[in-house]
Design a protein around this ligand. Sequence first.
Ligand SMILES: [Zn+2]
Length: 481
Amino acid sequence: MTSRSSVRYGVFAATAALCLTTFAGNGALASVGAGAHPTDAKFTPGGPGLGDPYFPHEGNGGYDVSHYGIALTYLPDDHHLGGTVTITATATQNLSRFNLDLRNYKVSSVKVDGVDAPFIRHDHELSITPKSGLPDGKKFTVAVKYAGTPHTVLHSPIVFGAPYGWIYTSDGAFVGCEPNAASTWFPSNDHPSDKASFTFDITVPQGTKVISNGDLTGQSSGGGMSTFQWTERQPMATYLATIDIGKWKFHETTTKGGIPEFVGVDPNLDDQAQATGIIGLTGDITDYWAKTFGKYAFTSTGAIIDDVPSIGFSLETQTRPLYGFVPGAGTASHELAHEWFGDSVSVATWDNIWLNEGFATFGSWLWSEHAGSSTTYGIAQQIYNSIPEGDPFWDQSIADPQRNTMFSGAVYNRGGMTLASLRHKIGDQDFFKLMRTWVAQHRLGNANTKQFTDLASSISGQNLDKFFQTWLWDKTKPPSI
Ligand SMILES: [Zn+2]
C-alpha cells in the first residue's frame, strides 16, 4: 500500500497509546448454543477471532479455508450486491460451531455441506451451527447467500485516515481492503494467515466490466447482463482480493520475461496510460523483481488503473495492483515489489507490517538505483540526515508500530532505511542472497520479523542483534547509518 502523496515521513510518526481489548477466547458468543452439540464436550465452538495483536477479532478459529467461490451480482445504479459465496474449508478441531466475518448485508441462508444451518449475527461475526459437528480434519463447504448495500469503511485512522474497503466510483466500484475490510463484500476468514485460492463469477449490467485477481477464465452475456469469471489459483490473503467494476479498457500482453500481463484502464485515462508507458513499465518492473528477488509466484501481472484521484491509497492486490490514477515508476515499483513482500510472503500477524511496507519502500529505491538515479544507500542517507534526533518520526518501534499507526511514514521509510543500511553492512552478495532465500523459504506462505532477523544473521555470519534492536525496536534515532 502507498499513500496518495509520495513521502510522508513525520506525518504519522507519533505512536498513540492504544488500548486494545484483550482477546477473550470465545467471548459472549460461546454461551449462545443454538444448535447441535452445545453439551458435547468433544465438539466445541471455533473462536470468533485469531487473536491477532492488532485485530484480535478478525479471522476465526477452528478451520482452515482452501477455496472461496464468489458468485455475486452487482448493480451499480442501485448499489446492490448479492449472491452466494461458497467456502471450502477443513476443520482444525472438533467443531460444534464456527464463525465467518461479514459486515452488514441480509443473510438469507447458510448451508453446510448442502444442509441448512442455523446462524446468528453479532457485529461483523456470522456464527454458524452445522447440523452435525464437524470432526477435526473434515473437509466441508459452507455456502452463504446474502444481499445488500456494501458499506465503505469510513473515519478509521488506519489507512492514512482514508476510506477503504468497498469504495463507490462514478461507474462502479474500487475495492481495496487492507487490512481488515474483505468483510465489506464477502464472508471470509479475514486474516492473512489463512490464504486460499479464489474463483470470482461477477455479474454486472452489460456494458460494464469486472477486473479481478489472477486470470480471466470466462466471459458471457445474456439478458442485459454480463458475467466475468476470474480465477486466482495461488493462495491469496483475503485483503488482497478485489473486484473492480467499471467501463474498463483491457490490455493483454506478455512481459519481455514471458509473464502474462493484464491491465485494466479507466477509458478516461487510457491516453495518459499509453503516453506514460505504464503497461510496458509494469512488465519491466515485474521482470526485474523476478531477476532480483526470485521467481514470480503468480500466473500473471498487470495493473488496475481507475480514475478516482480522490482515493487516498494504492494497493498491491494480488497479481495486479490497484491504483486510482496512472502511477509513476515510484508507486508501481513499490506495489509490484509487494507481490513478493506481502502477497507471496505474507505477514503472520499484522504487527509484522514492516516486512511488507519497509521492503516495498526499499524496492522503490532499488528501482530508482536500477534506473540510474540515487542508490538505496544514498536515498536512505538523505532521509536519515533530513530528520533530526528528537523528531517524532524516530519515536516508533517499526517492529511493533501499533494498530492505528501501522501505516505510518516510519514503517515505510525507517523500514526501507533498515534494509539499505543492512545491505551496506553485510554487502551485496549476502544481502541479495538473504532476500532471495527469504522469498523462497516463505513462498506463498507467512512469516514474521524474528524469522527474517535470524536468517540475516545466519546468511551473513554476523551477530546482527544490536543492529536490528537499534533499527527495528528502539524508539530513538539510530546513532549512524
Ligand atoms: Zn505498500
